[in-house]
Write a protein that binds this ligand. Structure first.
Ligand SMILES: Nc1ncnc2c1ncn2[C@@H]1O[C@H](COP(=O)(O)OP(=O)(O)OP(=O)(O)O)[C@@H](O)[C@H]1O
Ligand SMILES: [Mg+2]
Length: 250
């Protein structure tokens, strides 16, 4: 479903991605882990076409999106459901308008039909009677759920999460984790999750990749992860400050 080969991306003379290669099979739940600042968000922005790589290929369901023009790219992007780091809801819109945003923009559904669909989708993420509130009236955990509802409302083929659990309390984290897991199974889609919260990631993913120094230095299933002999990955998994990963290396 997602096939990334040798992606490079710099900002000025700062090289962030230095040859990233990653494969996510259809229906898989893949997790990309890496330190803060490693380039995980930059990587995701390349995958969804918000940033263009300097070189390399990004195939989504067989189509290399690095070769597409803006219009073609927009079409491909409709296959993605996006849950951004920090939720990225529109504060000036109601929850209904936020969650139904895509339907308002891209379909001819009536207001009433959209309202119903929004209510049903909010129920899927465990929320009710908040349609007319604004994002600033919700807790962080609720905002994450709303962001997930907005991402799944148009049944995307691929769900992308950027740090879905950052900034909420441990119980709320556990609930979001269960929700992501449940949605992945119920919707039978491909998920790509990026986080530096390893504990969370281990619960939801079946395919793992570790981004370090601008490259994916490990890729494999849970068994391969548990049995890795890569000392850098072991250090990251243990979360210890001493080891082969140098202080400046992300
Ligand atoms: N638009 C930009 N212009 C210049 N530099 C950028 C831009 N976007 C990201 N960077 C740089 O790229 C590097 C990687 O950033 P990125 O946000 O991808 O990290 P991350 O792995 O997502 O970190 P975190 O876990 O904290 O979210 C950082 O050094 C950042 O400053
Ligand atoms: Mg990030």
């Amino acid at each position: 479903m997602i096939r990334i080969r040798n992606v490079f991306r710099s900002f000025g003379d700062k090289e962030v991605l230095k040859g990233v290669t990653l494969t996510v099979a259809r229906g898989e739940s893949a997790l990309l882990i890496g330190r803060s600042g490693a380039g995980k968000t930059v990587f995701l922005k390349n995958v969804i076409g918000l940033l263009r790589p300097d070189s390399g290929t990004i195939r989504i369901d067989g189509v290399d999106i690095t070769q597409l023009n803006k219009k073609q790219l927009e079409k491909v992007r409709l296959q993605f459901g996006l849950v951004f780091q920090g939720s990225a809801l529109f504060d000036f819109l109601t929850i209904e308008e936020n969650v139904g945003f895509f339907l308002h923009q891209h379909t001819k559904m009536s207001r009433l039909e959209i309202r119903k669909k929004v209510t049903d989708t909010l129920a899927m993420v465990g929320l009710k009677s908040i349609e007319d509130l604004h994002p600033y009236e919700l807790s962080g955990g609720m905002r994450k759920r709303v962001a997930i509802a907005r991402a799944i409302i148009y049944k995307p083929k691929i769900l992308i999460y950027d740090e879905p659990t950052t900034g909420i309390d441990p119980i709320a984290v556990d609930k979001i984790v269960s929700l992501i897991d449940d949605l992945h199974k119920r919707l039978a889609i491909t998920s790509l999750i990026v986080t530096h919260d390893l504990e969370v990631g281990l619960k939801i993913a079946d395919h793992f990749a570790f981004l370090l120094g601008g490259k994916v230095i490990f890729e494999g299933d849970r068994n391969a992860l548990d049995n890795t002999d890569d000392s850098r990955l072991i250090q990251f998994l243990k979360g210890s400050s001493g080891g082969p990963i140098e202080e400046m290396e992300v």
